[in-house]
Design a protein around this ligand. Sequence first.
Ligand code: TYC
Length: 103
Amino acid sequence: PSDDDGGSVVAERKTQKTKPPQMYQVVMLNDDYTPMEFVVVVIQEFFNKDRETATQIMLKIHLDGKGICGVYSRDVAATKVQQVQEAARQAGHPLQCVSEPVE
Ligand code: TYC
């Protein structure tokens, strides 16, 4: 028995075949009812931000109407949106977030 594959060699690609995957930003939307503290906790919990960063993002959303909480592959972004929607639903807050392709 031997590890030798018999000498076959897979040619190295000289040009890149695949593009990097489309990334999606998860955008949180402002509303008049969701408590600031709830938004900060959600951003910390689901977007892995420290409290200071989460507070800055929340205030940006509050002032600008929306803000990016993170950028992920399509599936991960969709999961984040679902997690936020479920947490908001459970708490009875109207907090909304969407995912959209970057660029
Ligand atoms: N505007 C809300 C308030 O004044 C706070 C808030 C911030 C709500 C961000 C949603 O995504 C949001 N209580």
